[in-house]
Design a protein around this ligand. Structure first.
Ligand SMILES: Cc1ncc(COP(=O)(O)O)c(C=O)c1O
Length: 451
């Protein structure tokens, strides 16, 4: 018997969602999900008809903006042609997307494994690295996020890992200091430091043995858009080569034009051994993750078991839209657009820093920026801490984000900073609108520090 479903009010949709579903990364009592009914371009619309500027492209993923017609058509076309076939078969979409990836990925990444999320793409990378090297350990960094499944959360440096410890700790992951020139964890100052954080990483490899790979977000995403100094990546590449460890670049967030290049590693002319991505590959319209490796790694598996797979690997419904999304990025020149608009957005955010004492730092690249809030610019003490987030304490950044929502601007807030990463199709007038709302809402943060 089919249960008839009567239309619900917005409040009923929200209440039902809250009652019957889990809200991610939060105390459930603090979750009142907003009912969303539509989205177009850089905006989404709630059940009352109110429009919101999507200033962080949802989870830094809707790079093409909402309702791109070509991607929607590709989804429909793929559903008509071949909605599913097992991963052991070859399909047109699979061959065509793979050939296209050879054009847009950093040169040297030549063999692909498709999954359905960033976390799965990382899991594949870790298994490949371990099988290929015959070694176990992965060195990750504290200020990082790599996903929520067992391996990826174990490799996540931020506190989203804590709830799973100690049971999942024995995964061979160890943590090195992150590169953070604003608030260096080892209290050095760039450039006098000579990139000591990279040298320390080499010291770790030397003293650990059994290191299969070093895992980094080339530009750290959720944890504060940390852009490394120019020497860092070439040095890391050199260290990994010297110490026979693979370099894995997690470009789940930093890829697909977000930083003003197709992939962030291109800023430093470094090719990783394994590149992991997801999100912008389809502009998040359908769930697709990608793990790309060099030919050298690929060749190893000619005579060794590739011991990994999913029912949904190379799912045709995910691959067709990816082709369309990449073609749209090329047609609209969105990588170039991100590079061009980046300084405009950066300058506007720096202007805010001049007027709001609660802003400690503004940093970014392309259309990928963070505004970090502090209690005191001299001590750089954050307005709220990671521990407070995990304890469910009210955070100032959430109050600021709430005030912006009232004004029709959605922004991602995380612990003591905002990640501003709009769709790459954004117009200057929309940037102005978003920054103006942030400007007004920052009064809350200024007041909280007594200014
Ligand atoms: C750098 C990075 N890696 C991995 C992930 C996990 O991706 P997903 O949420 O698709 O599993 C994320 C998600 O935000 C991310 O930012």
């Amino acid at each position: 018997m089919v249960t008839s479903i009567s239309p619900l009010t917005s409040k009923e949709v929200s209440d039902t969602t809250r009652r019957l579903n889990y809200g991610t990364w939060k105390f459930q009592k603090s979750w009142t999900p907003l009912h969303i009914v539509d989205a177009e371009g850089c905006h989404f619309i709630d059940g009352t008809g109110k429009r919101y500027l999507d200033f962080s492209a949802q989870l830094m993923c809707v790079n093409l903006g909402h309702k791109n017609a070509a991607v929607i058509e590709a989804i429909a076309e793929q559903a008509r042609t071949l909605p599913y076939i097992a991963p052991g078969y070859a399909t047109d979409v699979r061959a065509n997307l793979s050939r296209l990836l050879l054009d847009v990925l950093p040169q040297g990444l030549e063999k692909f494994f498709f999954s359905t999320s960033g976390t799965e793409a990382n899991e594949a990378a870790f298994k490949i690295a371990r099988m290929y090297t015959g070694k176990t350990k992965i060195i990750a960094r504290y200020r990082s996020y790599h996903g929520s499944t067992a391996g990826s959360v174990a490799a996540t440096g931020d506190p989203r890992r804590w709830a799973m410890e100690p049971a999942w700790k024995g995964n061979g992951v160890i943590f090195s200091p992150e590169v953070n020139c604003y608030d260096c964890p080892i209290k050095h100052t760039y450039p006098g430091c000579g990139i000591a954080c990279a040298d320390y990483l080499e010291h770790m490899i030397e003293n650990e043995s059994d290191v299969a790979a070093v895992l980094v977000e080339p530009v750290v995403g959720t944890n504060g858009v940390l852009v490394p100094p120019p020497e860092y990546f070439p040095r890391l590449r050199e260290i990994c080569d010297r110490r026979n460890a693979l370099l894995i670049a997690d470009e789940v967030m930093s890829g697909w034009g977000r930083t003003g290049k197709w992939f962030a590693t291109e800023h430093w002319n470094v090719t990783p051994d394994i590149l992991v991505t997801a999100k912008g590959i389809t502009s998040a319209y359908v769930p697709l993750g990608l793990t790309a490796t060099t030919r050298k790694i690929a060749d190893f598996f000619e005579d060794h078991l590739f011991a990994h797979g999913h029912t949904y690997e190379a799912h045709p419904m995910t691959l067709g839209p990816a082709i369309a999304a990449i073609h749209e990025m090329q047609r609209l020149k969105l990588v170039e657009r991100s590079a061009e608009l980046g300084p405009y957005l950066g300058e506007k955010l720096r202007d805010l820093a001049a007027r709001h004492p609660s802003i400690g730092d503004v940093r970014g690249l392309g259309l990928f920026w963070a505004v970090e809030l502090v209690k005191d610019r001299n001590t750089k003490q954050p307005l709220n801490t990671y521990a407070e987030k995990i304890e469910g304490k009210p955070l100032v950044v959430d109050q600021v984000a709430g005030a912006m929502m009232k004004e029709g601007v959605s922004i991602q807030a995380w612990v003591s900073h905002f990640v501003i990463a709009p769709p790459l199709i954004i117009e200057k007038s929309e940037i102005d609108f978003g920054v103006a709302a942030l400007d007004r809402a920052l009064e809350i943060a200024d007041k909280s520090i007594g200014s």
